[in-house]
Write a protein that binds this ligand. Structure first.
Ligand SMILES: [Zn+2]
Length: 371
C-alpha cells in the first residue's frame, strides 16, 4: 500500500506558497492603487500660478482620491480572495487525483460550484461573528484628514508667496507619502514620466509619517487576514468534498507562541475537544471561523482509512459547550507563550467566544443542510 503522507505534505506546501504569494500580491495591489490615486492629483499640479480657487480644487481632488482608493479596496481584495479560493480548489483536485492514481482507485473530487460555495460561505460564516478587518479602513477618513491639514498649510503658504503650482508638487507628495520609501518608490514607478521625482524627499518624523505607516500596516493586516480567511473557507469546503479527508485539526501558527496577546482563543480552538474527535479536531463542516485579524492558524488533515474512501462520511454532531474550567486550564497551560495576564474576566470572554464561535459554525451547517 502506498504512503499517503507525501501527498498530504504536497497540499501543505502548495498552501503555504499560495497564501504567501496572494498576501503579498494583494498588499502590493492596495498600495499601488493608493499611489496611482495620488499620482492623479499630483498631475493636476503641473503648471500655473497657485490661487485660492485651484487650492480648493486640489483639496477636493485629494479627498476624492482617498475615497476612490478606499472604495477600490473591496474590489481588489475580492479579486485576490477569489484567486485564493480557486487555488485551494485546484490544489485539492490535483492532489486527490494523484492519490487516486497512486492507490489505483477511482477518486471523485468535483470543482463544480466550488468557487461560489466557498465565497458565499466566507461571507455568511463571517457574518456569524467573525473577523472584520475592513473596519480598519474606515479609520482612513481620519488619517486622510490629517494629511489634508498639512497640505492646506502648504497651499496657503504657496498662495501667500505667489508660488507656481508645479513648485508645491513635492510638498504635497511629501504629505501623502512622507518618510516611506515603499510609497516613494511606488510613486516613482507609477509616475515614471520624468515630470517629477520623489527621490530627493527627506525622511523625517511627522503626523504624515504615522499616517502612511498606518496605511501600510492596515494594508498588510487586510491582505494577511483576508487571504487567510479565503483559504480557510476554501480549504474547509474542499475538505467536505474530499473523499480522503475526515477531519481538520486546528493548529496555531509558529509565531503564535511569542505574541504578547497569547494565550488566546486560538489555543482553545487548538486544544479543546468539543466534538469528541480529539483535541482541536473538527468536522470540516463545522470548524470555527478565524477568530481575529492576523490569525495565522492553520489546519492539519485527519485522513480516512483507504477502505472508507468510497463510503459516505459521518454527519457532524452538535458541539458540546466548553466549561470555564477547561478554558482556564488551557490558558494556564499556554501561559508561558505570551505575556497576557489571565484574569477571571479574560477567562469569561474567551469562554464566551469559544462557545459562540462553535455553536454558530454548527448552526450555519445545520441551516445549509435544512435548505
Ligand atoms: Zn489563530
Amino acid at each position: 500500500m502506498p504512503d499517503i503522507n507525501p501527498y498530504i505534505e504536497k497540499i501543505y506546501e502548495a498552501r503555504r506558497l499560495l497564501i504567501e504569494r496572494n498576501q503579498s500580491d494583494l498588499q502590493k495591489a492596495m498600495v499601488r492603487a493608493y499611489a496611482s490615486q495620488i499620482d492623479r492629483v499630483l498631475r493636476l499640479l503641473r503648471s500655473g500660478q497657485l490661487s485660492q480657487d485651484n487650492a480648493d480644487r486640489i483639496i477636493r481632488e485629494i479627498r476624492t482620491a482617498l475615497q476612490n482608493w478606499q472604495s477600490s479596496i473591496g474590489d481588489i481584495t475580492k479579486r485576490y480572495s477569489v484567486e485564493t479560493i480557486d487555488g485551494v480548489g485546484n490544489i485539492h483536485s490535483r492532489v486527490t487525483k494523484q492519490i487516486g492514481e497512486a492507490f489505483g482507485t477511482e477518486m471523485a473530487f468535483s470543482l463544480q460550484g466550488f468557487r461560489s460555495d466557498a465565497f458565499e460561505a466566507m461571507f455568511e460564516r463571517r457574518r456569524l461573528g467573525a473577523v472584520d478587518t475592513f473596519k480598519t479602513l474606515n479609520n482612513w477618513n481620519a488619517h486622510g484628514e490629517r494629511a489634508i491639514k498639512g497640505i492646506e498649510r502648504v497651499l496657503q503658504e504657496g498662495i501667500e508667496q505667489g508660488r507656481a503650482m508645479s513648485k508645491i508638487q513635492a510638498d504635497i507628495a511629501r504629505n501623502l507619502s512622507f518618510g516611506n520609501r515603499d510609497i516613494q518608490g511606488l510613486l516613482d514607478s507609477v509616475r515614471g514620466r520624468g515630470t517629477f521625482s520623489l527621490s530627493d524627499l527627506k525622511i523625517g518624523g511627522s503626523e504624515t509619517t504615522k499616517t502612511i505607516n498606518k496605511l501600510l500596516s492596515d494594508a498588510r493586516r487586510i491582505a494577511v487576514t483576508e487571504i487567510d480567511v479565503a483559504y480557510h473557507e476554501g480549504d474547509r469546503i474542499a475538505s467536505v468534498r474530499s473523499p480522503i479527508i475526515k477531519a481538520l485539526k486546528w493548529q496555531t501558527s509558529g509565531r503564535h507562541d511569542g505574541l504578547y496577546s497569547s494565550p488566546d482563543i486560538c489555543d482553545i480552538h487548538e486544544q479543546a475537544d468539543l466534538y469528541g474527535l480529539g483535541p482541536g479536531v473538527y468536522y470540516p463542516e463545522t470548524i470555527p471561523v478565524k477568530p481575529h485579524p492576523n490569525c495565522g492558524c492553520t489546519r492539519l488533515y485527519v485522513t480516512r482509512e483507504v477502505s472508507e474512501w468510497d463510503k459516505p462520511k459521518d454527519a457532524p454532531s452538535r458541539p458540546r459547550e466548553a466549561t470555564a474550567n477547561e478554558i482556564n486550564e488551557i490558558l494556564q497551560e499556554n501561559k508561558h507563550s505570551g505575556s497576557r495576564t489571565i484574569t477571571d474576566r479574560y477567562i469569561e470572554t474567551t469562554l464566551n467566544q469559544t462557545n459562540t464561535d462553535n455553536q454558530r459554525a454548527f448552526r450555519y451547517y445545520a441551516k445549509q443542510e435544512a435548505a
